[in-house]
Design a protein around this ligand. Structure first.
Ligand code: GRF
Length: 201
């Protein structure tokens, strides 16, 4: 299956997917990487792995709708079977979500529906949770609201700050994302209301 990954930051989730895709049995290949930032580390990781990488910057477009359409076009060029948002820090509009509906998945560093949004780790820590975690879900037209595919719980340590907790979450998150993308790529996914059904394990 052809996978396109959208990133905004360091791209450690992307790095894990690139490592996995070298195994032919994985069933998915990252064929393109798109970022909203020209300086995203994930773009360099892609290029070092020989994967096409392009930045589509909001500042280059007259409004969000034009940017949204440009991102969708940039993704379309790679003919994706699955689109993965891996640390992508912008909200994609209905034009994008609609074009890749049912085959766009996102990873979020909290146990949704708790702590959605751009500061899930910080919000969970501030709330005093003892268990944090990460969620891989289908992207719908809300923010971090789509049907959940998989989750992993991560313990919070007393001495944690946002950075130490996020690093611990990211260890679990990378593994969860690699496994989930592989299963979706090999087996496909079906959404039935709030439930997501992957193919036979
Ligand atoms: C990930 O934890 C992602 O869930 C969150 O930001 C982090 C991005 O990490 N939105 P990276 O860019 O994959 O290293």
């Amino acid at each position: 299956a052809r996978v396109v990954v959208l990133v905004s930051g360091a791209g450690s989730n992307l790095a894990a997917l690139l490592a996995a895709h070298d195994d032919a049995a994985y069933g998915a290949r990252v064929v393109g990487v798109v970022s909203d930032r020209a300086d995203a580390g994930g773009l360099d990781l892609a290029r070092e792995a020989g994967v096409a990488a392009v930045a589509v910057r909001p500042g280059d477009f007259e409004d969000r709708a034009a940017w949204d359409a440009a991102v969708a076009q940039a993704v379309d060029v790679f003919r994706p079977d699955v689109v993965v948002l891996a640390g992508f820090m912008r909200i994609l509009g209905p034009a994008f979500v609609g074009r890749f509906a049912g085959r766009t998945i996102n990873t979020h560093p909290a146990l949704l529906p708790s702590f959605p949004g751009a500061h899930g780790v910080r919000d969970a820590l501030a709330h005093g949770v003892k268990v944090a975690g990460c969620t891989v879900h289908v992207v719908d037209d809300g923010v971090d609201t789509g049907p959940i595919i998989a989750q992993v719980a991560v313990p919070v340590e007393d001495a944690d700050d946002e950075s130490s907790l996020h690093e611990r979450i990211k260890i679990a998150e990378r593994a969860l994302l690699v496994e989930t993308v592989g299963r979706v790529a090999r087996e496909g996914l079906r959404v039935e209301g709030r439930r997501v059904v992957l193919g036979p394990r």
